[in-house]
Design a protein around this ligand. Structure first.
Ligand code: ADP
Ligand code: MG
Length: 259
């Protein structure tokens, strides 16, 4: 049976929310005693462990709350496979200073060129810096906005979106939006203007965005805000998926006109 001081200590450490202290103090005390380490150094080691654990738990929570469809890092991204993409810019963005400056990122290019992978990698980098990230497809976001409007909780959804330092909106352009959908998405983007970063990926060049939003006026106003402080990632090239499956099947790669 544990003696009262041990029980009381466990109780205090729980109340103080120091789970690593609670888990490690005994083992570390024995280790420090055998090494002849003094009390201050013992406490320092314990505090360091708690801090490291706390950071790890925070990053894990950020990743969970971001609701990424998959966790992918830029480490597994083959920059050599896509010549049009500015690698230096991507690595600079991975430092996340643009998020602190509330600037936006737009990744443009055809399907399969790694836009979602890069968006996930930048999202993960932001989580690792402890920033609140939200990942959603444009279609899902519009669906959520429409639903929230119908249920008269649009303001609550806007507040939730405002909680993200970085909002990643994937696949803008795959589905044309209804006029209400377009207006709601425009409002969501407008509310973030200079208040929080947005990272958008799209298969459509800017001059075709009107086909998504329907109205030229709305598209113009949206692009005006979105591109005021923006980093553009040009991702033109062949589909990585297609190339990979051709490699797997031993087929020659489709020759490109590039260079
Ligand atoms: P997009 O969003 O542009 O359609 P994805 O990011 O979904 O493309 O990429 C398709 C698949 O190919 C994903 O599994 C992705 O991880 C992989 N992929 C694409 N480009 C690269 C790359 N340059 N290096 C490594 N994997 C890549
Ligand atoms: Mg994609």
């Amino acid at each position: 049976m544990s003696d009262p001081p041990q029980l009381l200590l466990a109780h205090y450490l729980k109340a103080l929310k120091l789970p690593t202290f609670l888990r490690e103090h005994d083992k570390l005390a024995r280790q420090c005693a055998s090494e002849g380490v003094d009390h201050t150094a013992y406490l320092l080691r314990l505090a360091e462990l708690e801090l490291l654990d706390r950071e790890r738990r925070m990053v894990e929570r950020r990743i969970r709350e971001a609701r990424f469809p998959a966790v992918k890092s830029l480490d597994s991204f083959d920059f050599a496979a896509i010549a049009s993409l500015n690698k230096m810019l991507v690595l600079e963005l991975a430092r996340c200073e643009y998020v602190e400056r509330r600037e936006n990122v737009i990744a443009l290019g055809p399907s399969g060129t790694g836009k979602t992978h890069v968006a996930l990698g930048l999202g993960l980098a932001a989580c690792q810096k402890g920033l609140a990230v939200g990942f959603v497809t444009a279609a899902a976001l519009v669906h959520e906005l429409l639903e929230a409007r119908d249920e008269r909780r649009l303001l609550r959804l806007h507040k939730q979106l405002a909680g993200y330092k970085l909002l990643i909106v994937d696949e803008l352009g795959y589905v044309p939006l209804s006029s209400t959908g377009a207006e709601l998405l425009f409002e969501a983007f407008s509310r973030r203007y200079e208040r929080g970063s947005i990272l958008v990926t799209s298969n459509l060049p800017f001059d075709e965005w009107t086909s998504v939003f329907g109205s030229e006026r709305l598209t113009g106003a949206l692009l005006d805000r979105l591109t005021h402080h923006v980093h553009i990632l040009e991702m033109n090239g062949e589909s990585y998926r297609l190339k990979a499956s051709q490699r797997r099947q031993g087929k020659p790669e489709i020759p490109t006109n590039a260079n």
